[in-house]
Write a protein that binds this ligand. Structure first.
Ligand code: G1P
Length: 302
């Protein structure tokens, strides 16, 4: 495989959001509602993710969905009946918010028929993505729009033609929840060269404390690597293993160490933290909610 050469230096313009999972951590809430549609204040998690893609100039978004999850697509569709009602009432602010959801991006879908792993989910996007580099945004993590990450990743990928990852520093006891990288410094602040990748290592096996965050920019050669990847950690076809294969074949792999704020809504605790943090920041609710929160926290002490 010849993967050393830059791939034409065009910024990726498509994103894939794997969102076929069962979300067992949120049962019973997720029996009938996809976890990606759980609200953070008044927008579903998935909207924050599509907004992050759109803010980086990506407006072609493929949702990898599963059974019972098609309501995710409805969220980004027009709702002429709701819009007409809001227009009638003169509620222009809400009307604009409702319209905006359908204007953020062009949403496409494909199915992951069986839950065979993140690598497998990304593999289902092959025909939609075609031959160009593309972004992958995991469906339960997002970053602050004021501290964007994706634009720098897309620029770096266009320069290297390889794989670009993003890392967060985690505590040693957390390595078994993430893909962990071994790295070399590049001389550029917060950009590292990746020399190895391992999925969910124990703290003893972990080569560093740099954990792969749910944002990737990948060359199309990942699809062949996924096809050649055998089940790994958890018996699943892991994206990390497919990336490790490309790395071994000579594809440049870089990572940006993200220092901004990341919201991780994949677990109940992180989800609750995201709701509170974003509610505090809201221009319409923040002041009143913060006052209440201070009193409430005060009442917990003693
Ligand atoms: C996935 C990836 C892992 C990555 C993580 C980020 O794991 O396999 O490498 O660090 O997302 O959230 P999951 O959370 O699906 O178990």
């Amino acid at each position: 495989m010849t993967t050393n050469a830059p791939s034409g230096n065009r910024r990726a313009v498509k994103a894939v959001i794997p969102a076929a999972g069962l979300a067992t951590r949120f049962l019973p809430a997720t029996k009938a509602v996809p976890k990606e549609l759980l609200p953070v204040v008044d927008r579903p998690v998935l909207q924050y993710i599509v907004e992050e893609a759109a803010a980086a100039g990506i407006t072609d978004v493929l949702l990898v969905t599963g059974r019972g999850k098609t309501s995710m697509v409805d969220h980004f569709d027009r709702r002429p009946d709701v819009e007409a009602r809001l227009a009638e009432k003169g509620d222009t602010e809400r009307l604009a918010e409702v319209r905006r959801t359908s204007e953020l991006a062009d949403i496409y879908t494909c199915r992951q028929g069986e839950p065979l792993g993140l690598g497998h989910a990304v593999g289902t996007a092959a025909s939609h993505v075609g031959d160009n580099a593309f972004a992958v945004l995991l469906g339960d993590e997002f970053v602050d729009l004021e501290e964007p990450l994706l634009p720098a990743m897309l620029d770096l990928q266009a320069r290297t033609g390889g794989i670009v990852l993003a890392f967060v520093e985690v505590n040693p006891e957390e390595t078994s929840r993430y893909g962990i990288a071994s790295i070399k410094e590049t001389g550029t602040t917060d950009v590292v060269e990746v020399t190895g990748l391992v999925e969910k290592p124990t703290p003893e096996e972990a080569p560093s404390n740099l954990a792969v965050l749910g944002r990737y920019v990948l060359p199309a050669s990942i699809f062949e690597a996924i096809d050649n990847t055998k089940p790994g950690s958890g018996g699943e076809i892991q994206l990390t293993d497919a990336m490790a294969q490309l790395l071994a074949d000579g594809t440049p792999v870089h990572g940006i160490v993200y220092r901004g704020h990341r919201y991780d809504t994949g677990m109940p605790l992180g989800y609750l933290q995201a709701v509170v943090q974003l509610a505090v920041k809201r221009p319409d609710l923040g002041a009143e909610f913060s006052e209440w929160l201070k009193d409430f926290v005060g009442s917990l002490k003693g």
